[in-house]
Design a protein around this ligand. Structure first.
Ligand code: CUA
Length: 328
């Protein structure tokens, strides 16, 4: 290669062939390389196999009516070659794509979290600092962004082609994905599940900004309360703190520092407290009864919007951060 890195090389190929949208995230370049490898392998073997078929068709055609083909024996070397070579190619593709998949779908610990709610037919987004957006997402360049996503109704799919990431957004639970944008610009956002009449209109834009512009964007606009604070208001409105006393002396477990840690349940199993577990505790509290506490928590099914549940989750998370800050 003439001084170009592999990334630049694949970007150049993409630009010339106009095969795909710009590669604008930290993993996009490598995903494209894998895609080119798979396409290349497929093309190579298709051409090879069909050329041999046509060559043999002509070479070994029947030349007279009573011609008898000679007795041919299998070649061990040939059999081994066409077993071992494709197997090795498969192993290379498997190892590369699975490590890339693991990287693409496990957000780094230092990611900034943004919450996404899909509903017929729009995208609702909220930043932890408070600002809400519809069908638009503003993010800083060069910062890993983790999206925690849920749906208010049917299955949607969050897809930003330029970032080469896509994930289904499901009702009743949380999925997450992450990306780190590498180029300032505006990129298309699509819904990829057929979610009803106006599915095709469930599109939007991701605005990747310089960190200083992003900070200005966050600070500007109408003043909004941080999500954790909104969650705290819901928490006190429903008097959750009456049982969930911070020092652990209440009738329910203290929620301080609980997020991301294992919790022993009355059923004997241990579960990590994550977004889904908090949601389950609100909807079907008896199914995740914490060991050592009486099953007295009422269900809040149907009482909160998806947005409020996310705000409550943000509040519980913030309690963990406070505790960790105190420990240091
Ligand atoms: Cu939402 Cu298609």
């Amino acid at each position: 290669m003439t001084g170009l890195t592999q990334m630049e090389w694949s970007a150049a190929v993409a630009a010339i062939l106009q095969l795909q949208p710009p590669a604008a995230s930290s993993i996009a370049g490598e995903i494209d390389q894998l895609y080119y490898l798979l396409t290349g392998i497929t093309l190579f073997f298709t051409v090879l196999i069909f050329s041999i078929i046509f060559y043999f068709m002509v070479k070994y055609r029947r030349r007279s009516k009573d011609e008898k083909p000679p007795d041919v024996h299998a070649s061990l070397a040939l059999e081994l070659a066409w077993t071992i070579i494709p197997s090795l190619i498969c192993v290379v593709v498997f190892v590369w794509s699975s490590t890339l998949y693991v990287r693409a779908y496990h957000p780094p610990a230092n990611s900034t979290e943004i919450f996404v709610i899909g509903k017929q037919w729009m995208w609702h987004l909220q930043h932890p600092e408070g600002p809400r957006e519809i069908n638009e997402l503003h993010v800083p360049v060069g910062v890993p962004i983790r999206l925690t996503m849920t749906s208010q109704d049917v299955i949607h799919g969050f897809y930003v082609p330029s970032f080469r990431v896509k994930k289904d957004v499901l009702p009743g639970r949380y999925t997450s994905m992450w990306f780190e944008a590498t180029q300032i610009g505006t990129y298309h956002l699509f819904c990829t599940e057929f979610c009803g009449t106006n599915h095709t209109e469930m599109i939007g834009w991701v605005y990747v900004m310089a960190p200083s512009d992003y900070a200005a964007w966050l600070a500007g606009g109408e003043k909004s309360e941080p999500m954790a604070q909104q969650g705290e208001r819901i928490f006190s409105h429903y008097t959750c703190g009456y049982c969930h006393v911070a020092d652990g002396t209440g009738r329910g477990p203290s929620l301080v520092g609980i997020f991301g840690k294992p919790e022993k349940l009355a059923s004997g199993e241990s579960k990590i407290v994550d977004e889904d577990l908090i949601r389950q505790a609100l909807m079907e509290p008896n199914s995740v009864q914490v060991a050592g506490y009486a099953p007295i928590m009422p269900t809040f099914k149907g009482q909160f919007t998806e947005e409020q549940i996310l705000q409550l989750i943000a509040y519980v998370k913030s309690l963990g951060v406070q505790e960790r800050a105190n420990v240091k």
